[in-house]
Design a binder for this molecule. Structure first.
Ligand SMILES: Nc1nc2c(ncn2[C@@H]2O[C@H](COP(=O)(O)OP(=O)(O)OP(=O)(O)O)[C@@H](O)[C@H]2O)c(=O)[nH]1
Length: 374
């Protein structure tokens, strides 16, 4: 299949946060020719006429309803139909698909629908999740709706919209800081900035088409997180801990955590497999996203890449070589309502670094539920 896999980007963001406006602007960029846009809208909100003109044959609108539930089957059908059209020559070229979710949608089921489908997972490659956050209403929206917090926490890129309407610069700075706290790995991009073009928002997957190589640091969000640390002097990523005085107003933020698990040296495949199985079976509903690169004991020269959304894991991939001199295992997990330290302790157990009150790997293999925190 030439032309496959096709990049898929998911554009999410709360109601009225500027998704369609951003997309309309992006679609004028020549970099986005041969893009199919899949949009679902509530009720009879008309699709923007510009969008229709711009991508006349590429726009596929799903019927009414929330993408995460009622339209889920149809999304899969729509993507499968695109594959069929390409294979039969009815569609000449398709470089990318952008799925715009409704404002209330949880983006996870959209990603899962692709990852869990045996054909789609071969034909499509998840490029990334882009979340729009309104500069004026974003703070209140994050306070009121945990869906908005999840959208921002899961994103690979966060676009702050309507900054032209901001009168209170301090409020905008606080919003930016809040978003960095929720998702240290995602670059924050100002929609009004001339840099907020296609190049900044697309091709954020593991493979960097510009360099034709795997860009692990960028994909794991390590560069953005590093910038964040440099600015905030905050060496750890356990959010919520430092926001006690805001707990009432920002009550959802403390529920989100971002953990980076690091192990220097190789790990046996069985240990990784069991760690992932256990994490997903006991706490899958608390996982928002998981990305990682693993140095396998069985084949230290070809790292294993894992990518998951909630309980769904993308089939693990092997890279032909390490992308840079750094070796070892690094996993980035973004979680919601995960018991404190559970992930770190489970990982330590499987990498044979048990702490005093944590069972080691052998004990866990005998009794997988030996770690408290369920
Ligand atoms: N001033 C200003 N207005 C914006 C900006 N982005 C979006 N808007 C306006 O905000 C309103 C909502 O924008 P949309 O792009 O429709 O938002 P959406 O997220 O697609 O909305 P839903 O599909 O209803 O969830 C529209 O009136 C836009 O014109 C911006 O950067 N600046």
């Amino acid at each position: 299949m030439t032309g496959f896999p096709i990049s898929v980007s998911v554009l999410t963001g709360f109601l009225g946060s500027g998704k369609t406006t951003l997309l309309n602007r992006l679609l004028r960029d020549p970099a986005l020719t041969d893009t199919a846009v899949i949009i679902n809208e509530f009720g009879d909100v008309a699709i923007d006429h510009l969008l229709v003109e711009q991508a006349s044959d590429g726009v596929i609108q799903l019927s009414d309803g929330c993408l995460c539930c009622t339209v889920r089957g149809e999304l899969v059908d729509t993507l499968a139909d695109l594959v069929d059209r390409l294979q039969t020559g009815r569609l000449k070229r398709l470089a990318r698909v952008v799925i715009e979710t409704t404002g209330l949608a949880d983006p996870a089921p959209v990603l899962q629908a692709i990852m869990a489908h045996p054909v789609l997972v071969q034909a499509f490659r998840l490029d990334g999740v882009i979340a729009t956050v309104d500069a004026v209403n974003g703070d209140a929206t994050l306070d009121a709706h945990v869906e908005a917090v999840k959208q921002a926490a899961m994103a690979d890129r966060i676009v702050i919209t309507k900054t032209d309407l901001v009168e209170d610069q301090g409020g905008l700075d606080a919003l930016r800081q809040r978003l960095r706290g929720l998702n240290p790995g995602a670059p924050l991009i100002d929609a009004a900035d001339h840099e907020a073009g296609a190049a900044a928002l697309f091709d954020c997957g593991l493979y960097n088409p510009a360099t034709k190589s795997a860009d692990v640091r960028r994909w794991l969000g390590e560069e953005a997180a590093h910038d964040h640390e440099a600015h905030e002097h905050d060496g750890h990523h356990h959010h919520g801990d430092g926001h006690d005085h805001h707990d009432h107003a920002h009550r959802h933020d403390a529920r989100v955590r971002s953990d980076t698990l690091v192990h220097d040296g190789p790990v046996p495949f069985s240990a990784i497999e069991m760690f992932l199985d256990l994490l997903r079976s006991t706490h899958g509903e608390h996982l928002l996203r998981m990305k990682g690169i693993i140095e396998l004991a069985e084949d230290r020269s070809r790292p294993l890449v894992i990518h998951g959304v909630q309980k769904t894991l993308h089939p693990p991939m092997r890279l032909p070589a390490w992308p840079d001199e750094r070796r070892g295992t690094r996993l980035v997990l973004i979680t919601l309502d995960m018991p404190q330290d559970y992930v770190q302790r489970l990982f330590a157990a499987f990498t044979n670094k048990p702490s005093v009150d944590t069972p080691d790997r052998a004990a866990l293999e005998a009794n997988p539920l030996a770690i408290p925190g369920r």
